[in-house]
Write a protein that binds this ligand. Structure first.
Ligand SMILES: C[S@@+](CC[C@H](N)C(=O)[O-])C[C@H]1O[C@@H](n2cnc3c(N)ncnc32)[C@H](O)[C@@H]1O
Length: 408
């Protein structure tokens, strides 16, 4: 794994206060920051202390920018105080390339989430995903260290974040462990914010939120399929709320440190018997219809892949959807004279049929946008609905909810 435990001083960026004030101005201008309290946190907390080294993706390569590298130091300083997500922990999987394990999220997304949580003086907040510690620093600036708890699965990240926070005089409670179990010994919380995505809401989070308290998390079924959901614990046995109008994408929650082992793919053979049909739906649904794709992905399992088939000379010819069991759907981008796309499906599951089904459900519900989509969480089921619970659209698989935390 590639990480950085370097500590750097405030004076590494002598004009950091001007830079953080300029960042706050940018976030205000972009409509991502409005409250004076969160503005003060952005201005007063030096982001550069939390990201002495980070990685950017450029032209298919990972590029490291670091405070202690004379060749990249200037660019490092110029990038830190911009509204940019900075990757800070990468694992190198020899089959699948770099896997991002931690990052400092886009500051504008962080402020938007903190403001959406409607945090007040005296609230206690649990953050799932300490990462660099920057969000914990902002929370501590706002609420005081006795009110802030943060947990991460990576021991090195927690140790490093603790040291960097202490350097600034902040001592919130940081814990190493699997945040899907919450932090029962410090519950209940007024707010829970997760900065990693989950396939479904761990019931422990609802249990550990006060009645009337809120949870904000990215619920994500797989690639391109998810969004933030704003939940309120409305009763002992339920939390309810709506998905976000704007959207956000977080890396997934892992139950162990390091990269999850990837499920090997079964290649589909060109000789396998194929079922051919046609569709009038958009083959690019995974990219053009986020709600439909979310509903589809609920049924595909999280390990599907989406992409294009074609060649460099002629460009993409078809959209492809594949799952680890060897199922594959290929949907031609071109249409015939009647506006039909040819669909070719092989393997045990007819994957495109799931997309057709999700389109139908979404159409019947009046094509609700994200913000009209609700999520009702009870101990047994998690239901996605359109406008009211009387229009259920899907049930989230709850298998992962039973995972136990492995607190270190
Ligand atoms: C986007 S980063 C968090 C950014 C962080 N809030 C900050 O301000 O720098 C997501 C984090 O979630 C952590 N994570 C993944 N699975 C987790 C789990 N089961 N419990 C707690 N943290 C987890 C990752 O290690 C990673 O640090």
């Amino acid at each position: 794994m590639t990480t950085s435990t370097t500590s750097i001083g405030l004076d590494t960026v002598p004009d950091w206060q001007d830079r953080s004030a300029a960042l706050a101005d940018d976030l205000v201008a972009a409509g991502k920051l409005s409250s004076p309290q969160w503005r003060a946190a952005v201005e007063d907390v030096p982001r550069h202390v939390f990201v002495p080294r980070f990685y950017l993706h450029r032209e298919g390569r990972m590029v490291a920018l670091a405070a202690d590298d004379p060749g990249t130091r200037q660019e490092w300083a110029d990038t830190v105080y911009t509204n940019t997500a900075l990757v800070t922990l990468v694992d190198h999987d020899k089959n699948n390339g770099p896997v991002y394990l931690s990052s400092s999220s886009t500051p504008g997304l962080m402020t938007r989430m903190l403001e959406a949580l409607d945090i007040h003086d005296g609230h206690t907040v649990l953050e799932i995903g300490t990462g660099t510690g920057l969000n914990a620093a902002w929370l501590t600036h706002r609420l005081g260290e006795k009110h802030v708890y943060s947990i991460d699965i990576e021991p090195d990240l927690v140790d490093t974040a603790r040291a960097r926070l202490a350097q600034l005089g902040y001592r919130p409670t940081l814990v190493t462990g699997d945040g899907s179990a919450g932090l029962p010994e410090h519950a209940p919380f007024h707010r829970i914010i997760a900065t990693c995505s989950v396939p479904s809401i761990p019931w422990s989070w609802v249990e550990q939120t006060r009645i009337g308290g809120r949870i904000l998390v990215d619920v994500r079924a797989g690639t391109n399929a998810g969004n933030l959901v704003h939940l309120t614990r409305t009763a002992q046995d339920r939390a309810d709320g709506n998905f976000d109008a704007t959207g956000a994408t977080f890396m997934g929650l892992r139950h162990n440190p390091g990269a999850d082992s990837r499920i090997p793919y079964t290649r589909t053979s060109a000789d396998l018997p194929a079922t051919t049909s046609t569709t009038t739906r958009d083959p690019r649904t995974p990219w053009t219809q986020p709600v439909v794709w979310f509903l589809t992905a609920m049924r595909l399992g999280s390990s599907y892949r989406i992409g294009y088939a074609g060649d460099p000379q002629n460009g993409p010819r078809a959209v492809t959807i594949t799952t680890p069991d060897g199922s594959r759907a290929e949907i031609a981008l071109a249409t015939d004279d009647h506006g039909h796309h040819t669909v070719r499906e092989t393997g045990p599951v007819r994957l495109w049929q799931h997309v057709e089904h999700a389109h139908q459900i979404w159409d019947q519900a009046g094509q609700p946008p994200w913000q009209s989509l609700g999520l009702l969480v009870t101990p047994d089921t998690q239901t996605i609905y359109a406008d009211t619970i009387d229009t259920p659209l899907a049930t989230i698989p709850s298998a992962q909810q039973t995972q136990k935390g492995n607190r270190a």
